[in-house]
Design a protein around this ligand. Structure first.
Ligand SMILES: C[S@@+](CC[C@H](N)C(=O)[O-])C[C@H]1O[C@@H](n2cnc3c(N)ncnc32)[C@H](O)[C@@H]1O
Length: 322
């Protein structure tokens, strides 16, 4: 069965250029989704470069398989979260890789399918799981949280300033059995929030984003991935990460900064005494942003940031494994 899967890849040429793919090398796409980046990477590393594709969404992975069928002899697929990438690739004898890409968040397809429960504009169950075989759906997560915990999630992951009022209403509606679908949640938030200035986005946007991030432990997965990411990369291997949220971008930015400049010596001493050596080189100091033309064509690109690092440390373990 061919699944309709609409997703426009963001920062496509920038991400592929950043990874500088070469024939004969091995790459990882940790968030293959609709395979837009994957296809461009496979074309760029033809005829002999290979790509390992991961997604925690089985439906996305099935679509990626179909779309990449012409590259079948150069591509492998795994249904898992990218925070498992190092263990998974080690077990499969596929370490190290010469470049890795993460294009974070959800695909437009996930938002478009009502039954997945991601969207306030399409009525569906309160689910929001990228991998429905793992973790709690949104309704069960809400029920497991206190009003205060829910409010904190809405504030920190959604930057929702009216988080307290929304959390209270959500908890009340859940306990009286009146909140069971995404349309009901969107209507509830619309009723509760006080409009502040001109409304550019639906009032429920931030609440949905926060719940989705919490349901899928998106920041936890990114942090766990970064904890092991240097173990994935061959020397001179590159890591490119596209984020859509300031919290994600901050995690990437701070981790890259720590890797690039790990010295813990006080600035007053003339020479480094801690011995910590840089492990990466930043390919660009600032995050790359989409062009105005890309944002006009695809408004979802507006918040995108691409950060790229290149591994410079020669790790003996990796040298042995290669
Ligand atoms: C923005 S889309 C990727 C789109 C893709 N780059 C393209 O060009 O079509 C993000 C994808 O990452 C997947 N994803 C999000 N978090 C993940 C995780 N922790 N592990 C694996 N896949 C994840 C989602 O299921 C979704 O398919």
């Amino acid at each position: 069965m061919i699944v309709q899967f609409d997703h426009t890849s963001v920062l496509l040429s920038e991400a592929v250029e950043a990874l500088a793919p070469q024939t004969g090398r091995r790459y990882l796409d940790g968030t293959v989704g609709g395979a837009g980046h994957a296809c461009a990477l496979l074309e760029a590393c033809a005829p002999d470069g290979t790509l390992i594709c991961l997604d925690r969404d089985a439906e996305a992975l099935a679509v990626a398989r179909q779309r990449l069928v012409h590259f079948a002899d150069r591509v492998q697929f795994f249904h898992d979260s990218f925070d498992q990438a190092e263990a998974l690739l080690a077990e499969a004898g596929l370490l190290p890789v010469d470049g890795a890409l993460l294009d974070l968040g959800v695909s437009s397809h996930q938002l478009d399918v009502a039954a997945r429960g991601f969207s306030f504009s399409k009525d569906g169950p309160l689910d929001m799981r990228m991998d429905p075989s793992r973790s709690l759906p949104a309704d069960a997560l809400i029920d497991s949280l206190s009003e205060n915990e829910l409010s904190k999630i809405l504030r920190s992951y959604g930057e929702e300033r009216q988080s307290g009022r929304i959390a209270r209403s959500i908890k009340q509606a859940r306990s009286s059995g009146q909140l069971n679908s995404t349309a009901e949640l969107a209507a509830l938030v619309e009723q509760v929030v006080r409009p502040r200035g001109p409304q550019r986005i639906h009032p429920a946007t931030r609440t949905f984003q926060a719940l989705r991030i919490a349901v899928n432990d998106e920041l936890g997965a990114l942090t766990r991935f970064l904890d092991r990411a240097l173990g994935l990369l061959a020397p001179a291997g590159r890591l490119a990460i596209i984020s859509f949220h300031s919290l994600e971008d901050r995690i990437v930015k701070q981790t890259f900064a720590k890797w690039a400049n790990p010295c813990r010596c006080p600035p007053t001493i003339p020479q480094c005494a801690c011995g910590e050596k840089p492990r990466i080189r930043l390919i660009s100091k600032k995050a790359l942003r989409p062009t105005e033309a890309e944002c006009m064509a695809n408004p979802r690109a507006r918040s995108a940031r691409l950060r790229v690092a290149e591994r410079i440390e020669i790790d003996e373990d990796l040298a042995v494994r290669r």
